[in-house]
Write a protein that binds this ligand. Structure first.
Ligand code: ADP
Ligand code: MG
Length: 231
């Protein structure tokens, strides 16, 4: 491990809906190093997605501090937060979250377009990312013309294309059959072997077992991790 990608200190997140307050995260202390492959497990409603939103700078903590590549995200404006998110984080979601009217290539180009990368370089990098996930022959297909597993691989290409410091996947295999699940997990293994930092959120033990370290969240709190280094 050559450095720290992210660090949470006593992070809490409360939601308010009318007079009701839900403490979705409480006192989370967590550090993740460069090149680590970490799985976060927990039952439905335990706070997994809330934690992913904070890790990915889609939301900010209501208490404690979160540093991503040394940047204290609590100190940032909305615009700065969006910039950090686009530059440093790649997302993979259960529902793929591809734009239905855009081809695979255009979907993968999108984060580069937001980052202001010129058209020809955008295209070249998006094609390379699609090749990386084994979809060179599907670049002109729209999401509805692809299988679920292929759509998720397009989403992984989109997550990779900006060369992010952190790849976050929230239940990435939740909508996939067993064959596509194997393909996607094999791809994550390869990305890990190449030194990528991966955080994968799941409620499936078999999926979590692929990671080097498994963290368990219950009722918004993290159980002290068992350090289980697999390779
Ligand atoms: P998980 O992903 O583990 O199923 P979540 O992080 O989605 O859990 O939710 C954790 C808790 O926070 C739940 O009790 C949920 O109802 C609540 N919650 C999540 N998002 C919101 C929100 N935007 N507003 C209010 N409560 C929320
Ligand atoms: Mg969730």
């Amino acid at each position: 491990m050559t450095g720290v990608v992210l660090q949470l200190d006593a992070v809490g997140k409360s939601y308010r809906t009318g007079t009701l307050r839900v403490d979705a995260l409480r006192g989370i202390d967590l550090g993740i190093g460069v090149g680590e492959y970490v799985a976060i497990m927990g039952p439905s409603g335990s706070g997994k997605s809330t934690l992913m939103h904070i890790l990915g700078c889609l939301d900010t903590p209501t208490s404690g501090t979160y540093r991503l590549v040394g940047v204290d995200v609590g100190e940032l404006t909305e615009d700065e937060l969006a910039e950090v998110r686009n530059r440093l984080v790649g997302f993979v979601f259960q529902q793929f979250n591809l734009l239905a009217h855009l081809t695979a290539l255009r979907n993968v180009e999108l984060p580069l377009a937001y980052a202001g990368v010129p058209g020809d370089e955008r295209r070249r990098r998006a094609l390379a990312a699609l090749d990386r996930v084994g979809l060179s022959d599907r670049v002109g297909h729209r999401p509805r013309e692809l299988s679920g597993g292929q759509q998720q691989r397009v989403a992984i290409a989109r997550a990779l294309v900006t060369d992010p410091a952190l790849i976050l996947a929230d239940e990435p295999t939740g909508n996939l059959d067993s064959r596509s699940t194997r393909d996607v997990l094999a791809l994550f293994d390869e990305l890990h072997d190449q030194g990528r930092t991966l955080v994968l959120i799941t409620h499936e033990e078999e999926v979590a077992a692929r990671a080097q370290r498994v963290l368990r969240i219950h009722d918004g709190g993290l159980r002290v991790p068992a350090q289980a280094v697999r390779r």
